[in-house]
Write a protein that binds this ligand. Structure first.
Ligand code: PLP
Length: 389
């Protein structure tokens, strides 16, 4: 099991994450903790299922299979205690594709779309590419915990905004929204008839003591809820491209299904389907081990950075494998730190790009412990060279 999360060389494999890092570090040996893409192999059961499918050797047209919906239904029941129906599930290529299609079909040009910053930085370009306006509802911060600003949200709803994109759990701040928070949001949305779109791609990376609540929990009390999810982030199969929209509201469901029909995108590719089915049927043991591994990496990094007193403030990690870290180095802002560290062969994401996060950096912990240690040691060399410590 300890082998599952060992270092994997991803250079020269067309990995976007590692190609970007090479570019940024300009040819120096570089360790990247930037894009949310795991740096170890997927679950052995998934790898085996894919190898078996490849061995068969025929890759002709394939349907979704009779078990596709049942496997997803069972995962939602077992993992999140949410009952969903077969017809609520719409297979889609990726979460961002789904977000784009949902915005296109269910809002109007020039509409305001609310996001809670700091948030996954690609929401904004997807919204803007659809000629909608981004309306930020910044998260509030209380005692090291990010909170939804319900007063502000209600003000935006009152002013007529009709679409809200939730990130649940939240990338990059690592919050796993509680039932109470989500219920408050749903009640507000219902009062003002706002469409809630919940991106739940990080839903299975949850740290001990926290419980993920799918927004689908509230399908029965409010019908303008759309869940977009995928096994890709969690099981490290994002390059295969598969995701699902879940929406019980019949007219919304029909609009979206018609659109995917129009686009001739009704059946995911067969290797992606193989991976999804295996992940949801047989991937739980690996997933549990991964959550432990992420937690151990988080604890290691937190105590390592703790030795530098208050230079870095590591925020609590409730979910996702992304750590949100406040930088308190006199005379050096977080963005400059990211630039400087590239010269030392470490590549982090600057908080600024998520909106409302200019004092922060984000680090992916979905790597081997050795990779993390190397990154931290390089950080120490930098801090020493600059007489910061
Ligand atoms: C919150 C969130 N949504 C969506 C995505 C991208 O998903 P996909 O590759 O399925 O479009 C990411 C990737 O990091 C993410 O963090």
């Amino acid at each position: 099991m300890s082998d599952w999360f060992k270092t994997l060389n991803r250079k020269n494999t067309d990995s976007i994450k590692w190609r970007l890092a090479e570019e940024k570090c300009q040819g120096r040996e570089c360790y990247t903790f930037s894009i949310a893409d795991s740096d170890y192999q997927t679950a052995p059961v998934i790898k085996k299922a894919l190898l078996d499918r490849v061995k068969h050797g025929a890759f002709g047209y394939a349907g979704r299979g009779e078990d596709y919906e049942d496997i997803i239904i069972s995962w939602y029941k077992k993992r999140y205690d949410v009952n969903i129906t077969k017809k609520s599930i719409i297979p889609v290529p990726t979460v961002l594709n789904a977000l784009s299609v949902v915005i296109d079909k269910l809002s109007n040009i020039n509409d305001d779309i609310i996001i809670q910053t700091p948030v996954y930085h690609v929401f904004k370009p997807v919204i803007e590419a659809n000629q909608r306006h981004v309306l930020e509802s910044p998260l509030g911060l209380e005692d090291l915990q990010y909170k939804m600003d319900f007063k502000h949200i209600e003000k935006l709803f009152k002013n007529g905004s009709k679409t809200f994109v939730l990130c649940n759990p939240h990338n990059p701040v690592g919050r796993v929204w509680t039932e109470k928070e989500l219920k408050t949001l749903v009640d507000l949305a219902k009062k003002y008839q706002v469409l809630l779109i919940s991106d739940e791609i990080h839903s299975d990376i949850i740290m001990p003591g926290y419980k993920f609540t799918s927004l689908g929990t509230y399908f029965h009390i409010y019908d303008k809820i759309i869940v977009i999810s995928a096994p890709t982030k969690v099981f490290n199969i994002a390059g295969l491209q598969i995701a699902q929209i879940i929406v019980e509201n019949e007219s919304i469901n029909e609009i979206l299904k018609d659109e995917y029909m129009r686009l001739h995108l009704t059946t995911p590719n067969l290797l992606a389907l193989t991976a999804l089915k295996t992940a949801y049927k047989d991937g739980f043991k690996w997933l549990k081990a991964q959550n432990k591994h992420i937690q151990a990496n988080y604890e290691y990094m937190k105590s390592y950075l703790h030795q530098y007193n208050n230079l870095f403030l590591v925020f609590p990690l409730e979910g996702t494998y992304l750590s949100w870290i406040k930088v308190n180095i006199k005379g050096l802002n977080a963005k400059d730190l990211v630039d400087e560290l590239m010269k030392y062969g470490v590549f982090l994401s600057e908080g600024d790009k998520f909106g409302n996060g200019e004092d922060f950096v984000r680090a992916s912990l979905a790597c081997s412990k050795e990779q993390l240690i190397t990154g931290l040691e390089k950080l120490t060399i930098y801090l020493r060279d600059k007489n910061i410590i």
